[in-house]
Ligand binder design. Sequence first.
Ligand code: NAD
Length: 286
Amino acid sequence: METKISTIAIAGAGTMGQGIALACAMAGYTTRLYDIQPAACVRALQQINLLLDQLVAKNKLSAAGATALSNKITASSERSQLQANVVVEAIAENLLLKQNLLKEAEQLNQQQALLVSNTSSLSVTKIASVLTNPGLCAGLHFFNPAHILKLVEVVVGQQTARETISRLSTFAQSLGKTVVVAKDSPGFIVNRVARPFYTEALYALEHQAASPEAIDALLRSAGFKMGPFELMDLIGMDVNYAVTESVWQGLNKPARFTPANVQKEKIEKGELGRKSGKGFYTYPQK
Ligand code: NAD
């Protein structure tokens, strides 16, 4: 008999882990954040409380409701945090790290948990290939900010069981998400289609065709919610670059998706966007 889903573990307490944790707590789940860095756990809880304060200030949540939600989320570097009915990994975009994390979560949960990756672009089939039971593994690709944006791609690996797809779709819907089932191909659907939005903007900057401010202003006035440079700063330069590189490699290096040097240089300088205080723009440190 399948276990009722009540507890969710989220590995990686960065940008995505925080948003996914909030989405899970809002849907009533006991939510456990895990990060290899204790400082990231502290920061994550502070950031989540900040997001809750903003919801209270906008009258979208009562102060008591915010406290109740905050109490549903714990964060720590203890491996026992990974004990749950569903483990969502949102750690660095690196195949080996993700494989090791999910392998460990599989052992800890004695092959009873659904194991999902929030990877933006890596092969779910490859991630699951190291597991004893890859049938319980799939991609669950949230978008940033994960507690607000509705879309979730359920990415089906070669060995993902049908029942896993159906249970994960129901789980994502319980978070208020709109589910799209996607094939395990480079960048899935959204990140493949969105690649030129970033790369063309970066090439235009490299060729000194226009500044980030001008390109962002133009695209916003054309109807996009954010321009590409603002969005890269929100996503994180390292994450966005890793996704472009992975989609480019996965599609046999088409020229149109070649990672841009200007973005690589930003990463080398530690200018990762909002999370580091500087990317294409500068942000006040919280
Ligand atoms: P981030 O850099 O903000 O956070 C990653 C966190 O993972 C860090 O706190 C780091 O300490 C932790 N971590 C790294 N290795 C770990 C390990 N082995 N065990 C435990 N914790 C570890 O990254 P992010 O932007 O939250 O992205 C996380 C994942 O989500 C990536 O796979 C990324 O591709 C994907 N994603 C990101 C976005 C986005 O907009 N940023 C959107 C969708 C999906």
